[in-house]
Design a protein around this ligand. Structure first.
Ligand code: HEC
Length: 148
């Protein structure tokens, strides 16, 4: 093999390796970007639902001072202190269950917090349980972003 051939081929290998690295970089960047966008859209949607369904009790700032708060036997909780009141840990699954109301969570069975699972089914016309769970998870994702 002539050394010129070898150099040429080596050069090609090098070039392909660079191109491959470029493709991998762009693809992975694109993917993580897509995931971030999806998360952002989820939080935004959760925020919209919060505005529509929750502010009357929990308040515009989620501080528990909604217009209806004074009419309730149990004060609606400040939803910006969910994590604070649990040693700094935000319990996604527990919060999703409290919102859905499908499972009795100790300390949250006074009846003043509406059971959203059935309400959303009717008001949003959702028949697929998986879709409904996703919507509730989006509200949870939103609440997570407003923790103190
Ligand atoms: C009719 C008034 C009312 C509305 C509307 C309402 N809530 Fe509540 N919520 C309450 C009350 C009252 C409590 C406290 C219940 C208790 O302590 O047992 C509560 C508690 C909660 C908790 C528990 C917080 C914690 O730290 O344990 C979460 C989470 C919550 N609400 C989310 C929501 C979301 C999300 C919506 C909108 C989809 C909503 N609430 C709409 C009255 C309401």
């Amino acid at each position: 093999m002539k050394s010129k051939d070898f150099n040429g081929r080596f050069h090609n290998y090098l070039l392909s390796a660079f191109l491959l690295m470029g493709v991998i970089f762009i693809t992975s960047f694109g993917c993580s970007n897509a995931a971030a966008n999806k998360e952002k859209a989820a939080v935004e949607e959760g925020g919209q639902w919060f505005k529509s369904y929750c502010v009357m009790c929990h308040g515009e700032k989620a501080d528990g001072k909604g217009n209806m708060a004074s009419m309730l036997n149990t004060p609606p909780l400040n939803l910006t202190t969910i994590a604070k009141r649990r040693n700094g840990v935000f319990p996604d699954a527990e919060i999703a269950k409290i919102i859905a109301g499908i499972e009795n969570v100790p300390g949250h069975s006074t009846g003043d917090m509406p059971i959203w699972w059935e309400t959303f089914k009717k008001s949003e016309n959702i028949t697929d349980d998986k879709v409904l769970q996703e919507k509730i998870d989006h509200i949870v994702a939103y609440l997570k972003t407003i923790q103190q």
